[in-house]
Every structure is written in C-alpha cells, then in structure tokens.
Design a protein around this ligand. Structure first.
Ligand code: ATP
Ligand code: MG
Length: 419
C-alpha cells in the first residue's frame, strides 16, 4: 500500500569526520535516495545532526532498504508534529494508549533552543501527562514502550521503535578498490566488509570457460546482484584465463597456485587506474589454504605499488559463513561453478619461493600477458534500480579514468580525516 512516512536516520561514525563530515553526509543522503528510489518516492534532508527521510511507498520496502545502507547507525519511523507542547503531548499520549504494554519511558531532546521547555523538563511533563491520561506507569530501566521526542527547528519528531542500520561508512567515502572476486564463499563477504568501510568495489573475476557467457550466467554475477543491494550500481570485469593458461604451459605444478595468484595481482594493478581504484582487495583468510599462508601472501604482494587489503584475514571459516548468510550470498556461493582455482590448487606449496615466482613472472612477461588478457575482457554492469545487466567488451568502455556514471565523484580532504 502506498503511504507517506517519515524516518529519522542517525548516522554512525561519520559524525566524527571533521571537515569531511559534509562530504560523508552528502554521500549518505545520496546512497539513501538511490536505495529507496527503487521502491518509492524519496526525499532526504539533514536537520541538526540527523537525517530526515520522507518516503511515499510501502514501509516494509523502505525499512528493508534503509537497513542495508552503510553509514546508518539506526533509524525509526517518526511522526512529525508542530513544535508546540500540546501537539507533542497528544502524539505521545496516543502512542502510549495504542501500545499494549503497561510501562513507558520518555526521552526528550531539544536541539532548537528557542523552544521554551528544556529537554529534561519536557520529558517529565510529558511523562506526567501520560500517567494521568492513560494510567500507565514509568519504568526508566525496562519500559515496554520507549518514546523519543526530538524538538527541531519548526517541528518535533516522535518515534518509538528504533531499528539498527548496518553501521560503517557510506559506500564511496573511502574510494574504490579493485576486488578479486572468485564466486566462492569468502570473496563476496570480503567485498561487503570493504563496502562497510566506505569502499566501492570494482569486481575482477578470472574465468575459465571459452566465452564470458558462462560466467555472466553463473553464481559470480548472482552474488554481485545480491551485493548491489548494499552498494547500488556494480561493475564487474571478466578476464579470460585462456591466455595465461597457454603462456604458462609447462610451469611446475607446485608453483602454479602462487604464480596464478601473482598474475591476478598484476592484472588487478593494471586495471586499477582505469577504474580510479587505489587499492586491491581479496577474500584471503590467513592460512585457510596453502596459498594463503603468510609466506604466500607475501609472494602475492611482492612488487605491488598498491596496498593489498584483506578484510577477512583473521576470520574463521565459520564466522565467514555466518556473515555470508546474513548478507544473502551464502546459498548462491554453493552453486556449482567451474573456476580456475580448481586447476591451480592441485599441489600447492605452503612456502613458495619469492624469487622463483618473480623470475617466472618476468620470464613470462606478466605485464604484457595481463594487458593482453585485459584486452579480451568483458565489462558487466548491473543497475539494481532498473534490474538491467549489460555486458560489453572492456575495450569499448568510453568512460574516462575511473568515473562511474551516476556516482558523485566527491574528493575527500584526506588531511581532515581523523587518524
Ligand atoms: P573464495 O570464497 O573467495 O573463493 P577460497 O577459500 O575459495 O575463497 P581461494 O580460491 O584460495 O579462496 O582464493 C582466495 C582469494 O583469491 C579469493 O577470495 C579471491 O579474492 C581471489 N580469487 C580466487 N579465485 C579467483 C578468480 N577466479 N577470480 C578473481 N579472484 C579470485
Ligand atoms: Mg575460491
């Protein structure tokens, strides 16, 4: 049912970001608008340290969406009343009357200092009126109903049930990362954690099949669709594994995993500038597999000019699975898919020799091999607002360095971000 509703949205850490705060708040507003525009009419404005979101559409859709926007600490559906005592009282009394519980608590915040009653006194007076009008009793520690009253300029907001947001920082505020995406359980969770810290992932997937269609129809893209609920538009680069396979024929089997992983890193690095990414991220968990020992992670990183971020490094598999379930990628990640890793992890060494890998990488001209592979890559973009999935050769990408259409390219003042 189409209805008008208003939400008060409180942001998390972004209130702490000094001079960058307006940039963070602007991206959060943008991300909220983007997420909710898919399900109704939305307007968001800032009012004295919180966001006020007006929405026309199905409330459950709105709430489901807000709960997936990073940067939101909590939100609540609110009633807006004139900023005068009698109107506030009527709303509070009505809420107490319609709630089945017997005890209540009122928390009042007066941010508009021209309102004649202070926060504490307002809560006490409203409490007294609720007791005399409804016969309910006050419980400060464990109330059945907790009512909040925020008195802002020109209006008051009354709300009772708060819902938790996902916390973190608005996607986009920490820039972009080239994210190595396998389609397994880990890499979608790692992408989600990168988003949670404000990064926008550009997904890079190496595929084995002769044409990209198999990858496009696979769980890889299904997972990206799920992740798009949290990030909005998503971009995936599908790079064929074929050239690499031909070039490395005859390489000793125990070097294959490390060598291929080095190749993935070199390719990611070569794509980073094109997409304005300033780091590479992966779904590695320390020592989860032989290819992920500290030594082999070092082999992966060797020579990289970009930081390699591994948000899952210290997670146990069980913890990753729990998160994957929560995010909604777990079931999809179990689907059958023939990926390159099945081939390269036959006989892994737990301590690959750095020099040896670097020698092979040089001898096999990885830089050029990466360029050739990228030349044959496919760009897939998914827009959750329209549900449209587009695939085209990466070579045809007309967009200049790293600007993804529809995204505000806000520069951050790095010096203002508190360490
Ligand atoms: P995952 O669930 O991420 O596949 P995994 O335990 O299968 O985890 P590996 O296959 O060893 O881990 O891969 C470790 C990481 O290497 C992945 O998380 C991902 O970042 C990257 N990776 C692996 N395979 C690919 C691929 N085909 N394309 C892009 N990145 C990959
Ligand atoms: Mg994998």
């Amino acid at each position: 049912m189409k209805m008008k509703s208003t939400y008060v949205v409180h942001y998390s850490e972004i209130a702490l970001k000094g001079k960058n705060r307006p940039v963070f708040a602007r991206l959060l507003r943008y991300n909220l608008r983007r997420a909710l525009a898919q399900v109704g009419k939305v307007a968001v404005h800032e009012s004295e340290g919180r966001l006020v979101l007006d929405f026309e559409g199905d409330e459950s859709d709105a709430e489901e969406r807000i709960a997936k926007v990073f940067g939101v600490a909590w939100f609540a559906r609110a009633s807006i009343v004139p900023s005068e005592y009698d109107s506030i009282r009527e709303e509070v009394v009505a809420r107490a009357e319609s709630h089945p519980g017997g005890t209540f608590r009122i928390t009042a915040r007066r941010t508009d200092k021209s309102f004649p009653i202070g926060s504490q006194e307002l809560a006490t007076r409203l409490g007294g009126d609720v007791v005399s009008r409804t016969g309910r009793t006050v419980s400060l520690s464990e109330p059945d109903l907790a009512v909040n009253v925020d008195v802002l300029k020109g209006m008051a907001m009354v709300y009772s049930s708060k819902s938790r947001g996902p916390g973190g920082l608005p996607v986009g505020t920490s820039g972009r990362v080239l994210h190595l995406f396998s389609g397994g359980i880990d890499s979608p969770v790692a992408a989600w954690l990168m988003m949670k810290r404000g990064c926008r992932p550009v997904y890079l997937h190496f595929y084995l099949a002769p044409t990209p269609e198999y990858a496009i129809k696979s769980k890889v893209i299904k997972e990206v669709r799920r992740l798009s609920d949290y990030s909005g538009k998503s971009t995936v680069v599908l790079v064929p594994f074929a050239q690499y396979q031909i070039a490395t024929t005859g390489v000793p089997g125990d070097l294959e995993p490390s060598l291929f992983r080095r190749f993935m890193r070199v390719t990611a690095e070569s794509l980073a500038a094109k997409f304005g990414a300033s780091a590479i991220s992966t779904g590695d968990c320390l020592a989860q597999a032989a290819s992920q020992t500290v030594w082999n992670l070092g082999v992966f990183d060797e020579g990289s000019s970009l930081p390699i971020l591994r948000p899952l490094l210290a997670y146990d598999k069980e913890e990753v699975i729990q998160l994957a379930r929560k995010i909604g990628t777990y079931e999809v990640s179990l689907e059958e898919y023939k990926d390159c890793c099945a081939i390269v992890t036959r006989h892994p060494k737990t301590r690959a020799k750095r020099e040896l890998i670097s020698q092979f990488a040089e001898r096999l001209a990885f830089d050029q091999l990466a360029r050739e592979s990228v030349d044959a890559a496919t760009l897939v973009s998914f827009d959750p607002a329209t549900g449209s999935l587009k695939a085209s050769p990466l070579k045809e990408m007309g967009v200049s360095a790293g600007v993804i259409p529809g995204e505000p390219g806000e520069p951050l003042h790095a010096s203002n971000v508190r360490q």
